[in-house]
Design a protein around this ligand. Sequence first.
Ligand code: 4AZ
Length: 409
Amino acid sequence: MKLLVTLMMWCLHDVAAVWRKKAEHKTWINNVILPARDRQQHDGLAQCVEDGSNGSEYSGTISVTASHHRCLSWNISKHLQIIYGLGSHKYCRNPDNSPMPWCLVRRNKLIVREFCKIPRCEVKPTNSLRHSETLKQDTETTCGKRIQKRIYRIVGGVKSTIESQPWVASIFKGEAFQCGGTLITPCWVLTAAHCFPEGAKTSIHRFSVHLGKNAINETNLRKEQMFKVAKLVIHEDYTGNNYNNDIALLQIVDNSGQCAHRTHSVRTVCLPPPQQMLPSGSFCDIAGYGREKSNSVYFSRFLKEAQVKLISQKVCQHNDYYGAEVTNNMFCAASPIWTEDACQGDSGGPLVCEMNGRMFLFGVISWGHGCATEFNPGVYTKVTNYNQWIAQHTGLPSFTKGIMYPQKD
Ligand code: 4AZ
C-alpha cells in the first residue's frame, strides 16, 4: 500500500513537471473574454484569469480540464488537500504557483494533474455603458489620497511606486518620453508649457498620456491607463525665454471615450485654494522619471520621488540665487544639502505637499540651472496663481476652489 501511494505521488509529480514544461509553450486557457462585471459574480470571488496572471487567485467553479477530463475531488489526495489547504471540492485551482489553475484527473487508471480551461478576464470593458457601471472616478472630494509604498532610498531621492504618487502622468510624443504631468481631474492633466516647444502648432495626435506607470519602458496593463490628447491648452502668456507662466493643460480621453478611472495606481491630486502658499521651510515631494544626473544620457527607468524644502521668494530672488530670473509666478525648492532635485525629463511633473493626510499640488516642475547644484534650486510654476485659469479652460471650477484644503478655525 505504502509503495502504491509513493508510486502515485511520484507519478503526480512527474506528470506535473511534464505539464509545467508544456505550458511554457502553449496556453491552455481558452481565449474567452469575460466582461468585467462577470469576474466577481460568485460570492465576490474571481471567476476568470486576469491577463498576465497565473490564476492563483481563481476561485470559480470550473471543474473540467483543457483536454475535457473531469476533475476529481481534491480529497482523492489527502496529501495535496492538506498541504494546499484545499476543500473537498473538484474545482480547478492554482495553489502552488503553477502556470495556471489545474486539477487531478483519472487517466489510464492513474491519477494525474492537468491544466484547466479558465476564461481570461477582459482587460478593458468594451462599451462605455459597462465602463461607467463598473469603474469609479475621483471627484472634487476624493482627491489627494494615496497608498505610500516606498521601496528604498530624480537626482538623489528614492525609488518610488506609482501608488505613492498615483497622480503622476507620463507624456509621450510617439514612442519618446517627453515630460511628466499631474492628473488634476479625471479628464485633465496639468503640465509645463515648455514641454510643447512648437506651441500652438503642436500636433496633439502625436501625443499620448499614460497614468499608473511605475517605469517608463514597462507596460503593466493591469495598472496602466492610456489616453489620447483631446485638447492642449498652453498658457497664453507663456514666455519661452524666461519660462514665465510655464503651465499647460491636456484633456485626455481613452479609445472608448472615457477619462481616468480611480484605482490604487491612478488618482487625482487636490488643488490648493488660489494664492495659498506654504511657509518656507516646508517639506514637499517631487516625482518623475527624469535624469538621475544632469549629464546623464538616460532618463531614470523608474518613477522616483524626493523631498525638497520650500525656499522663500526673497531668498530665491536674491542675487546669490536667481535674482530677477525668478518671477512671482514661480517659487524655488531644494534639498537642504543640495543632494536632491528635479532634472531634465521631470519637467511638467508635480511638487505636492501634504495637508491633513491629503496631497495638494503646489508646483509644476519647470527649470533650474543644472541639477542638485549649490545655490541653484529647482524652480516650479506657482500653481496657486492659476486656479482661475484652470477653471476657465477645464470648465470645472469645483475642482479648482481648493475645497479640500484644511480651513483655519
Ligand atoms: C529640465 O530641463 C529641468 N534642477 C527641470 C528641472 C530642473 C532642471 C532642468 C531643476 O527640464
